[in-house]
Design a protein around this ligand. Structure first.
Ligand SMILES: Nc1nc2c(ncn2[C@@H]2O[C@H](COP(=O)(O)OP(=O)(O)O)[C@@H](O)[C@H]2O)c(=O)[nH]1
Ligand SMILES: [Mg+2]
Length: 302
């Protein structure tokens, strides 16, 4: 998968193929799709194939992990994405109001299709998205952890169940997993950063170098503050990782800075939010499909 190209189909594991087949089956019987994408990279963390699979079905785009993304950039993303579909940004680990936000968005998404009804009392929803975007978290929030199953999903005797929600409506108790879209390095290192790819899928040191460079470019004082790296040590991502390795004492035999462990340390800090809010993709220059992007340092792909 490290050298994935095209739309990534060739790299789909049997597990992903099965997951997508199940997703296609269930999409047929739901009224609304809750698509979860990561607010830090709303473009890279969506698979455009989902649109085709949904074929005009009402959908709400939930940008998760809003707490880890830059608020002003998230606002710009929403303004842009709303032109195409109902979009909300949520910290899925936030307070009880998040379900009200989701339901009011769901009503707006259903309105054109069901005028006059109170859709939340009857509608059937399904959570979908690429790995690690927060699908299970959203499902748990929606159902409150209850599993008041109301019957098997059509066409399936065992397995997914409908769960009746306190706000009305029902949700399928199994999230639909889309394969991530692996179209070019600019997408792949971001998917690595948000945990959408298996640990073995990408060379951590190379991806960590791209993350390091992105953070240094957009937030010049962040790495300095966290690791004590000076600007001049940041010629590029791999120099940045080497500097982090030295500061953290991450050295391999012979005292060589260990870029792999530095990448792991950077990634862990990024995922825990210890580097502050960092958005990885901006709406003014979204990552286009199959594009290596024009951002600094991304012209040279590994
Ligand atoms: N900070 C933060 N973490 C979240 C949010 N949503 C999910 N997570 C975390 O992201 C990780 C993946 O979430 P999960 O629901 O398992 O993703 P799934 O693979 O799509 O089902 C978990 O560690 C969650 O706790 C969010 O809005 N903010
Ligand atoms: Mg899950």
């Amino acid at each position: 998968m490290g050298t994935a190209t095209g739309d990534g189909r060739g790299a789909l594991t049997g597990h992903m193929v099965r997951a997508e087949r199940a997703l296609r089956e269930h999409l047929g019987v739901v009224d609304v799709v809750w698509e979860v994408a990561d607010a830090r990279c709303p473009g890279a963390s969506r698979n455009p194939r989902l649109r085709r699979l949904c074929a005009g079905k009402p959908a709400v785009l939930v940008l998760s992990k809003a707490d880890l993304a830059e608020e002003d950039v998230t606002r710009r993303w929403i303004a842009r994405l709303r032109a195409e579909q109902v979009t909300v940004a949520i910290d899925l680990r936030g307070g009880d109001e998040i379900m009200n936000v989701l339901w009011s968005a769901t009503r707006s998404a259903l309105e054109p299709a069901r005028t006059g009804q109170r859709p939340h009392e009857t509608c059937r929803a399904m959570v979908v998205g690429i790995p690690n975007t927060g699908k299970s978290t959203l499902l748990n929030r929606a159902t409150g952890g209850r599993h008041a199953a109301v019957g098997a999903a059509p066409g399936v005797t065992r397995g997914p169940q409908w769960v009746r929600l306190p706000q009305g409506g029902q949700v399928l108790d199994l999230p639909g997993v889309m394969a991530p879209r692996l179209s070019g390095w600019a997408v792949i290192w971001r998917l690595w950063a948000i945990g959408a790819l298996g640990a073995q899928a990408v060379d951590a040191e190379t991806a960590g170098g791209s993350l390091c460079e992105w953070i240094q470019t957009r937030h010049p004082r962040t790495l300095e503050g966290r690791y004590g790296i000076a600007e001049r040590e940041m010629r590029d991502g791999s120099a940045g990782l080497a500097a982090i390795a030295v500061r953290r004492g991450l050295l391999s035999a012979g005292g060589v800075p260990d870029g792999n462990r530095a990448a792991a340390a950077l990634l862990a800090d990024f995922r825990r939010g210890l580097l502050g809010a960092v958005t990885l993709e901006v709406p003014a220059d979204p990552i286009r499909e199959g594009d290596g992007s024009t951002e600094r340092g991304e012209a040279a792909r590994p």
